[in-house]
Design a protein. Structure first.
Length: 305
């Protein structure tokens, strides 16, 4: 069995945050959240890491990790280009943003050749999440044409930002622990009695704070790459989609496969607490949480000593 690869999505512009939040120091010695994810992946048994970046980040990250993380695990870099499109299609004139998380993973098609996990660069998942993903993927095989995927599930209440609305993949999970549906919901806000978002019709929809959500911590067999290509072509040809602004979301792709019976997704449980940076106000909370983990000996300080 080959060691899985870890794809880290770091190409987002961080518009709500006001800059490149993926490279904002939050550790006691200037570590990024990204540093802790790479460190956890290396000690969990991942064989390589693919960093999906934009052109403004690639060189800086290569220089940063040349003498640190690259000594522990193989790092590859993939640029998420707007014009990475199926043959015969072009980028709409006013399109500026990347195409979304589904497209970001698709851009890695030539950089991975086995099972892969996918995470966000600006989310802290905890070592237990990487252990769970690596352990599952080592034995994951598609059976009788049904894809064998997995996902680390978190409780909605533990993933909300006190600083403003967030996007989350809202999940429906079967009694035996398999994903029945997942849909990306934007503008989820925290209230005293729970959370809510506004749907496409402008109606406010309340959410149970104990709802399982996806934080984009996925595990896949290589079949996901062909499925992404197929669904991305459909996305681009869908007349109801505003191609100047719409995003091709990875959770929506997985949800479609589950509904069609083409994939089974095991929801992995972990005791880890998620935290991340959506807004600048979140940074101090992340700094305090990492400092506590360092005090408890979960991580060395400096991290790359």
């Amino acid at each position: 069995m080959s060691s899985p690869s870890l794809v880290i999505l770091a190409a987002g512009l961080g518009s709500r945050y006001g800059g490149f939040k993926q490279v904002d120091p939050v550790g006691p010695n200037g570590e990024f959240i990204l540093d802790y994810s790479i460190y956890d992946a290396a000690r969990s048994g991942f064989g390589s890491i693919v960093l999906v970046v934009n052109r403004n980040l690639k060189e800086a990250l290569q220089e940063r990790y040349e003498s640190t993380a690259s000594k522990r695990i193989r790092l590859n870099y993939v640029i998420q280009e707007l014009d990475y499109l199926p043959e015969g299609l072009s980028v709409p004139a006013n399109r500026k943003k990347p195409w979304g998380t589904g497209h970001a993973v698709l851009c890695c098609r030539n950089a991975v050749n086995g099972p892969l996990a996918v995470i966000n660069a600006d989310d802290f998942y905890g070592p237990g999440a990487f252990d769970a993903l690596a352990s599952y993927l080592r034995g994951a095989e598609d059976i009788n044409g049904v894809h064998n995927y997995c996902m680390v599930g978190y409780t909605l209440a533990n993933t909300l930002s006190p600083s403003g609305p967030v996007s989350r993949g809202i999940c429906v999970v079967s009694p035996d622990g398999y994903l029945l549906d997942v849909r990306e919901r934007t503008g989820i806000e925290k209230f005293d009695d729970g959370a809510a978002y506004t749907d496409e019709k402008g109606q406010k929809v309340t959410l149970d704070p104990n709802t399982i959500v996806s934080m984009n911590a996925w595990g896949f067999t290589p079949s996901i790459l062909e499925e992404l290509e197929s669904q991305f072509k459909f996305f681009l040809s869908n007349c109801s989609v505003n191609l100047e602004k719409a995003e091709f979301y990875l959770p929506d792709v997985v949800g479609n496969l589950v509904k069609k019976g083409k994939a089974r997704v095991k929801v992995l449980h972990t005791e880890e607490k998620w935290f991340g940076i959506t807004y600048r106000e979140d940074r101090s909370l992340v700094e305090a949480a990492i400092a506590d983990l360092v005090r408890r000996g979960v991580y060395p300080s400096p991290l790359w000593n």
